[in-house]
Design a protein around this ligand. Structure first.
Ligand code: ADP
Ligand code: MG
Length: 315
């Protein structure tokens, strides 16, 4: 347990019992409490709302909420941004040279559109040397749908003449059984990054558990808040480790009540606002996929065609 976690007991109005409730509900750090709403905290931890307000106010004082930095420091960090090859020149150039580190790239599209395939391909390519378009780093993968396939990684590694065993040994995979577990694993990724040079964090799928667990209108605000925190944890991971972050988000072609038209983020689509790059994937003929870049901060909206075959992602 970290010092910060121990500190929860020291918050006014928080005894050992409340501290346990907080931790059981996933509030293991000051920050997680500080950014929560009193209503959610009260409901999820089974404490009074008045107590929740007090606890949050105290946590805000204790939490390391970050601070301001000068432009030259931001510039220095941005100059280190890496670009990861996807093994498709067309897709790389759509992204201005590859998937950027210190940013979240969201792959969204229907079932079977190739989200997991692109994520697998990047888990291989990130391990290549920089001169070959990689970032020479390890991978953390949070797998929520049990779709990680080492056999597929092996196939892709062989196609690039890479040592399969070495490649697999640098991919750290965990199954997430629910959204709460998923969020904890994202925090745990920081521990792995202390021992390994992690250059890619994948959450596949980002939204499936949230979508399944938060059903009905009344739960929307709560879900958004959780997703928002999760996304910010991921972004912070990318910043601190100068890593690429890839998340996937399955959308149906039919508009659904919460996520709406897949190409137009509406209805409080928090993911679309926090992801730096959004790529919309559609199936085309003969293994081809059309990838559309949407809402990029500095790149034009455009499309690329990629091929997914036994080698992996190609032009
Ligand atoms: P999703 O967007 O749902 O994550 P996937 O990335 O799992 O979709 O894409 C699945 C598709 O990828 C399959 O329908 C198939 O077209 C292609 N694919 C998966 N594995 C292979 C392979 N070994 N060789 C060729 N194509 C494959
Ligand atoms: Mg998938």
């Amino acid at each position: 347990m970290s010092d910060e976690e121990n500190g929860i007991e020291k918050l006014p109005g928080v005894g050992p019992a409340t501290a346990d409730k907080l931790r059981d509900a996933g509030y293991t750090t000051m920050m997680s409490i500080a950014v929560e709403s009193p209503k959610s905290l009260a409901e999820l931890c089974d404490i009074g709302e008045a107590v929740a307000i007090k606890v949050i106010a105290a946590a805000k004082k204790e939490a390391d909420v970050g601070g301001f930095e000068t432009g030259d420091v931001v510039l220095e960090r941005r100059q280190k941004i890496g670009k990861l090859t996807t093994c498709s020149k067309a897709l790389d150039s759509l992204m201005g040279g590859g998937f950027e580190s210190q940013a979240i790239t969201e792959l969204f599209g229907e079932f079977g559109s190739g989200k997991t395939q692109i994520a697998h391909q990047c888990a291989v390519s990130v391990q290549m040397k920089e001169k070959d378009g990689g970032l020479d780093g390890d991978v953390v993968m949070i797998d929520t749908e049990n779709t990680f396939r080492p056999e597929r990684i092996a196939q892709m590694a062989e196609a690039l003449d890479l040592n399969v065993k070495d490649i697999l040994s640098r991919i750290h995979v965990a199954r997430a059984y629910n959204s709460h577990h998923q969020m904890l694993l994202a925090e745990k990724a920081r521990d792995i990054a202390e021992d390994h040079d992690v250059k890619l964090l994948i959450v596949d799928s980002l939204t499936s558990h949230f979508r399944a667990e938060y059903v009905g209108r009344g739960t929307l605000a709560d879900r958004q808040q959780k997703l928002n925190k999760h996304m910010h944890d991921l972004l912070r991971f990318g910043d601190i480790n100068n890593a690429v972050v890839i998340v996937t988000n399955q959308v149906s072609a039919k508009p659904d009540a919460f996520f709406g038209d897949p190409t137009r983020p509406i209805g409080g689509h928090i993911v679309g606002h926090t992801a730096t790059f959004r790529l919309y994937l559609r199936k085309s003929k003969a293994g081809k996929r059309i990838v559309r870049l949407i809402d990029s901060p500095n790149l034009p909206e455009a499309e690329a065609v990629v091929l997914i075959d036994e080698k992996g992602v190609r032009d």
